[in-house]
Design a protein around this ligand. Structure first.
Ligand SMILES: [Fe+2]
Length: 335
């Protein structure tokens, strides 16, 4: 019988791949971002600066602190990779959102299970973006040739079957959408990050589950995510194959306006396996990049009946401005 033996929660934001002195590239994008959700309101960058600027943020945004935070994250990513590779699951169910990498405004499904046999991480000959012409980013992210990542379509179809039985109306996708050049679209960053950074380019068959945490109006609620996680766990349990399965939450925690209080409440609820406390958090806090935290909630729902507790390896708020923008990084396992 298949067993859900391991869980991972990891942030995946660009600050993990960008040297701290270059974080300002992302600060520039914060300045023109139309509205940063923060504690239930939405602010322009200048408004956020007026609201939040203080000595703590000045200190956190100093280059020495940025370097310290970056190094802490790299240590945890290395440890997380080691733990995952040591566990050596046969299949990984990866929960991640899509930043309009696959799905565009013509179609934005709330939850999509990929049921095909492979996805592709597309090689790029030139720099990925103008802002990527930096050695670190290239070293970690830049593939010059396409890499094929095998997918476990048998488990994916089981998850779909269980979802239907559990009355979830989900979308499925069995081939990568077509890119402008006629080839397959690149798998989303939430999925490629796990293979590149944690598995060091040695893929394990995966089931990508694409959750629209990010874009209104059809984002699944925290409760829906928890419950769907439980449905995934039932699918795994009912799979009569002698297989070790890991579940991986990719993304979060709060960004681009960091909210440490919110993160701490979420972490405490995850550690306590307390779904109810997570549902009580208002939807307005799960917006923009912070919405990716719902992938952690889905993973926690899946693991909630396994007796495995979340071990928070580190929580590292990485600020890139005195307006409090950046990305609070979280790294955890359930084992
Ligand atoms: Fe993301």
């Amino acid at each position: 019988m298949a067993k859900l033996t391991f869980g991972v929660g990891t942030s995946h934001g660009p600050l993990l791949m960008l040297a701290p002195e270059n974080w300002d590239i992302r600060t520039e994008s914060d300045k023109v971002f139309p509205g940063h959700p923060f504690k239930g309101q939405v602010y322009k960058y200048d408004e956020l600066m007026a609201l939040r600027r203080n000595n703590y943020l000045a200190d956190m945004n100093a280059i020495e602190t940025r370097r310290k935070q970056y190094d802490r994250c790299q240590v945890q990513l290395d440890r997380l990779g080691e733990r995952l590779r040591a566990e050596s699951p046969d299949v990984m169910v990866i929960l991640g959102d899509d930043h309009k990498e696959w799905f565009l405004d013509d179609k934005l499904p709330a939850i999509t299970v990929f049921t095909g046999d492979e996805v592709v991480n597309r090689g790029v000959k030139g720099p990925l973006h103008a802002s990527d012409s930096i050695e670190e980013v290239s070293r970690r992210r830049h593939l010059t040739e396409d890499a094929i990542y095998p997918c476990a379509s048998d488990l994916a179809l089981r998850i779909v079957g269980q979802a239907v039985e559990d009355e979830f109306d989900i979308a499925t996708s069995s081939v990568s959408p077509q890119a402008a050049d006629g080839g397959p679209k690149c798998a989303g960053h939430a999925f490629t990050f796990i293979v590149r950074r944690l598995l060091q380019d040695k893929p394990i068959p995966m089931v990508p589950i694409i959750v629209n945490t990010y874009y209104p109006p059809n984002q699944p609620s925290a409760k829906r995510c928890w419950n769907f996680g439980q449905s995934i766990a039932r699918a795994i349990k009912g799979w009569g194959k002698d297989t070790k399965v890991a579940i991986v939450a990719s993304g979060g925690l709060s960004h681009f306006a960091i909210d440490e209080e919110f993160d701490q409440r979420v972490i405490a609820a995850l550690q306590a396996n307390d779904g109810e406390a997570l549902y009580r958090e208002p939807e307005s806090l799960f917006q923009s990049g912070s919405s990716e935290t719902k992938c952690w909630i889905m993973a926690a729902g899946a693991l909630s009946d396994t007796g495995r507790k979340m071990d928070l390896m580190d929580y590292v708020p990485c600020y890139r401005s005195e307006a409090g923008t950046g990305n609070a990084m979280g790294f955890a396992t359930w084992q």
